[in-house]
Design a protein around this ligand. Sequence first.
Ligand SMILES: Cc1cc2nc3c(=O)[nH]c(=O)nc-3n(C[C@H](O)[C@H](O)[C@H](O)COP(=O)(O)OP(=O)(O)OC[C@H]3O[C@@H](n4cnc5c(N)ncnc54)[C@H](O)[C@@H]3O)c2cc1C
Length: 361
Amino acid sequence: MAELRSRTRISLSETEGVIEELTTLFTGHHAVVEPHDGAHRARIDDAAIDFELEGTALSMVVEAADPVALNAARHLATSMAAFVTRAQAPAIAWEGMTEGAATRPPDLRILRLLSHENLTPRMRRFVFTGEDLNRFDTPLHLHARLLFPPPGGVDPQWPLLGAQGEVIWPRGHALAQRLFTIRWIDAARERLAFDVFQHGQGGPAEAWFHAARPGDQLAMVGPGGHGMRSAKSHLLFGDETCLPGMARILEALPADAQGVAIIEVRDAADQMPLAHPSGILLRWLHRGSVRAPSGRLLADAVLAAIPPDLSTSIFVWGGGDAATYLLVRRHLRETLRLPKDAYVLYPYWKAGRRGDQLGEE
Ligand SMILES: Cc1cc2nc3c(=O)[nH]c(=O)nc-3n(C[C@H](O)[C@H](O)[C@H](O)COP(=O)(O)OP(=O)(O)OC[C@H]3O[C@@H](n4cnc5c(N)ncnc54)[C@H](O)[C@@H]3O)c2cc1C
């Protein structure tokens, strides 16, 4: 396979568990890890990453057939090694094939807007085209991080991967980043859509979508997040921001699936048709024009919908504002002690907090 090669030797003060943790991380990133010439080899896409301990150093060698694949693998190796050795924060410098142009990150796609339409008074669908969308076309990972250039017709610049595996952000203008759900994707036709709730509180995503015209570009990184797992009983919940993910999951559930989907919207005008198995009951909750900050409206309905007998398997998927998310998560984790693989929950937004600050407390 490989004609191009690059290597790094990372000096460590502590090596215990490093190889095992790297193996787990590479495997989690869809690499196949197997023994190779006394080292470990992670094979991913068109590249191979060999890693082993040499005394107190971690040696990594990346091989690939072309510079783009080499840089992508170098980026992955750098990120994984930096994460595993984060307590030591060692210097990571690559040798070999480090000259030349930076390449596009392997998980980044540039999208061009084709059209948009209103689905409800506050929900708008945006259809984009982009090349090479296969990695995003999976029911396992529904979300993508969208990179928004500033409004005003600036010729957008996108991040690149440098030859040390580092991301180089464009100079001159910042790219705002927010998470959105791929509502539908047709990789063969190079098309995908996002359904965007106009929350009316301002923000770069809302501003970009509001001003967007066919031909405008944004970038997408990912995919991430989780879809539904099969169970005897399903409980889905969320507000408008979760509707795209919920709609995708409902469409994909088997025809005999059982359960309930509870959706909070402002009023009846915000309800939209959702294809769903007949055994899944749809319940719409109307919060009215003023949103209570407690998150209780949706959370109380969700907690009341959990079957009393949890000896049959249940899977819970949902989110919404951070207050609802916390109430439901606490109940599932602390009161019901459901196993972790029985639910996938996200805070989709938090009152008074920008989407890129969601994880910060
Ligand atoms: C995994 C994931 C998937 C998501 N998928 C979608 C999707 O498919 N469609 C979609 O529309 N949204 C989706 N969201 C939510 C979206 O990322 C946030 O609403 C985001 O904050 C919007 O960015 P912004 O730039 O418009 O506003 P920001 O700059 O992030 O926030 C500005 C202000 O608006 C407020 N705000 C943000 N969202 C809301 C809201 N829904 N209601 C009321 N106030 C709000 C914030 O609290 C803040 O005060 C998703 C979020 C996550 C975490």
